[in-house]
Design a protein around this ligand. Structure first.
Ligand code: ADP
Length: 229
């Protein structure tokens, strides 16, 4: 098995591309969904967040107020680091669990949908390929304004807070250009899918798992024979 990191910029079309990949039967792990799950009240990170940030970041129903937390960490980098040190290990643990699940199910590769893949840059080393969903800046701005109902200045501020797509483009091993029609994007996703399906990189993990299983079986036989003699 191998891992494929998928990323983009705000409103560049990542969700649109993920929808096509899922339709094609790909295993996709959504880092945003996991990030929301690991801060639910029954989770370990929840207690740590409440004891570090206080009960004022809680909603009436006891859940974490993500917007309140977001504005705290936006203006205070140290608090951002603290929050990341609490949540990142939990997110990675959950991702690993899901990767193992897909491996056992026989998937050749798993796509990790990670919005800040290049910004945090800690997971890129585990990826066989990194895919960027790109969109030219004027189209990105127009789509962001339309989708989120934002004024131009507000949308520009959101874009300015991210690493520019031009920069991410240089870091990615594969680029899907979503500046044009949806159909043109779909064709590019089909090409990417064909390339991933044809890749033989998955064999290494399968061979290693096979060798490990054979080794353990041999060890088991040896122990049984020793016990029997
Ligand atoms: P992201 O997940 O990267 O934030 P989305 O996939 O939600 O971006 O796309 C942003 C907006 O642009 C959405 O409203 C979507 O419907 C629209 N959109 C995406 N791709 C295209 C396209 N090729 N042509 C027209 N609109 C698009």
């Amino acid at each position: 098995m191998f891992l494929v990191g998928l990323t983009g910029g705000i409103a560049s079309g990542k969700s649109t591309v993920v929808a096509v990949l899922r339709e094609l039967g790909c295993a996709v792990i959504d880092a945003d969904v996991i990030a929301r799950e690991v801060v639910q009240p029954h989770c370990k990170a929840y207690q740590q967040i409440v004891s570090s940030f206080g009960t004022e970041i809680l909603l009436g129903n006891g859940e974490i107020n993500r917007e309140a937390l977001g504005s705290i960490i936006f203006s205070q980098p140290q608090k951002r680091q603290l929050l990341n040190s609490i949540t990142h290990p939990e997110i990675q643990k959950e991702m690993l669990k899901q990767i193992v699940k897909y491996f056992v199910l026989g998937y050749r590769y798993v796509i990790l949908d990670i919005p800040l893949l290049f910004e945090t840059n800690r997971l890129t080393k585990f990826m066989k390929y990194t895919v960027l969903v790109y969109c030219d800046p004027p189209t990105q701005l127009a789509r962001l304004m339309r989708r989120n109902g934002l004024a131009r200045a507000e949308a520009e501020a959101r874009l300015a807070a991210q690493l520019p797509l031009e920069e991410k483009r240089r870091l990615a091993s594969w680029v899907i250009d979503n500046s044009g029609e949806r159909e043109a994007t779909r064709r590019q996703v089909l090409r990417l899918h064909a390339r991933l399906q044809g890749s033989l990189h998955f064999l290494w993990a399968r061979l290693a798992a096979g060798a490990l299983a054979a080794g353990l079986a041999a060890l088991g036989c040896l122990l049984l024979r020793r016990l029997g003699s």
